[in-house]
Design a protein around this ligand. Structure first.
Ligand code: NAD
Ligand code: MG
Length: 391
């Protein structure tokens, strides 16, 4: 029996994870559940899954969570705040940590799980974009293992011998990340000037949280994933390509020097990657319908439009700049996406804010978590200044 901490249990990845766990009560137990502010949803999950520990990130809501759980007859430990999340990720209540918090807010708990040698199921791509070298170091010293949950990286993991080998020695020439293209694929810049958050969040293939949905619409999601792939698989920027594939059935590809190309296919449902990562190296039922290629129709592939979707080009630029440039990119993007979702920033200005902040804060070497968090803060302040100018 493996005890699983689901950090970000009330989100989209959280729900998919709990769905897979519920299918295998003999193998997995949701021993820790966390949420940001949605006490009612967290309490309901605790009633159903009976974890040992429930953590609400906002300390002001701890009392309310405790009251709701007591009223429902749920006896579990209750904690609150970011330090409690990190303690839960590294504590004795779990063997596996599913990092499904959105944004840089997931960094501390992701690092804590890595330091503690847990099996880390990484969905929270912002934490590896922000602190890639520190996370890799924590995994090395902690002795744990990271299994990617992001569908593209999970696909690449499945197409590489041993999951994560030395790419050059394994004869890998290129990693190819597929992208659905998002809801605005094929549109021109002029078409995108007035799009709304509701339009941006209406993803054609995947059902996801609002932040990643906007990132998919700008293609920043693919940009963050390029940086994620660089860290996870040790691939230089020049060996990572992006291919738009609107059907979202081919989740990514690995090209070898002999001309072989291996791909992983499946219906667009995150439970496949989550079940794979939970059970690896075994396989378990995920609740995902079998892929029927005979009825799936034609599969299309095309190059991404980097002029319209500037965020993808900016992510490659940040990766090539190195150091903490990806952290700066991520922080500026989080601020800009929040403003777009709040209705105070036009869609096309997201890339403008990110570009201006990258220009204002040239890359520095990544030293430690403290300096990285300080740079994240500087980038957010610079992005807010840009917002005041843009609005
Ligand atoms: P979501 O918005 O649906 O859920 C986010 C979760 O994080 C919620 O449980 C929320 O309570 C929690 N949270 C938010 N802010 C927090 C904070 N400040 N402190 C603590 N907890 C906080 O998001 P999602 O779509 O589930 O995505 C989660 C992560 O997984 C993101 O990093 C996303 O990029 C990544 N991811 C998601 C998908 C997907 O299909 N949804 C696919 C690949 C990767
Ligand atoms: Mg992905």
């Amino acid at each position: 029996m493996k005890n699983v901490a689901v950090l970000g249990a009330t989100g989209s990845i959280g729900a998919s994870t709990l769905d897979v766990i519920a299918r295998h009560p003999d193998r997995f137990r949701a021993s820790v559940l966390s949420a940001h502010r949605n006490v009612a949803a967290l309490a309901a999950l605790c009633e159903r899954f009976r974890p040992a520990l429930a953590v609400i990130a906002d300390p002001a809501l701890e009392g309310e969570l405790a009251r709701r759980l007591a009223a429902a007859g749920v006896h579990c430990e209750v904690a609150s705040g970011q330090p409690a999340l990190a303690a839960a990720a590294s504590g004795a209540s779990c063997d596996i940590v599913v990092a499904a918090i959105v944004g840089a807010a997931g960094l501390d708990s992701t690092l804590a799980a890595a330091h503690a040698g847990k099996r880390l199921l990484l969905a929270n791509k912002e934490s590896i974009v922000l602190g890639g070298p520190l996370l890799l170091e924590a995994l090395r010293t902690g002795g744990g293992e990271l299994i990617p949950v992001d569908s593209e990286h999970n696909a690449i993991f499945q197409c590489l011998p041993g999951g994560r080998p030395d790419l050059a020695r394994s004869g890998v020439r290129r990693l190819v990340l597929t992208a659905s293209g998002g809801p605005f694929r094929g549109r021109s810049r002029a078409d995108l000037a007035a799009v709304t958050p509701e339009q941006a969040c209406k993803h054609p293939k995947w059902s996801m949280g609002r932040k990643i949905s906007v990132d998919s619409a700008t293609l920043m999601n693919k940009g963050l994933e390029v940086i994620e792939a660089h860290h996870l698989f040790g691939a230089p920027a020049a060996a990572i390509d992006v291919l738009v594939h609107p059907q979202s059935l081919v989740h990514s590809l690995v090209e070898y020097v002999d001309g072989s190309v291996l791909a992983q296919l499946g219906n667009p449902d995150m439970r496949t990657a989550i079940a794979h990562a939970l059970a690896w190296p075994e396989r378990v039922e995920a609740g995902v319908p079998a892929l029927d290629l005979a009825t799936a129709g034609a599969l299309q592939f095309e190059a991404p439009d980097l002029d319209t979707f500037r965020c993808l080009a900016l992510a490659f630029q940040a990766l090539r700049a190195g150091g903490d440039a990806p952290a700066i990119l991520n922080a500026a993007n989080e601020v800009a996406v929040e403003a777009f979702l709040a209705g105070t920033l036009p869609f096309l200005a997201i890339a403008e804010v990110v570009e201006a902040v990258l220009a204002e804060l040239p890359a520095q070497a990544v030293v430690d978590v403290e300096s990285l968090v300080a740079r994240d803060g500087e980038a957010r302040a610079a992005a807010w200044r840009q917002l005041r100018r843009a609005c």
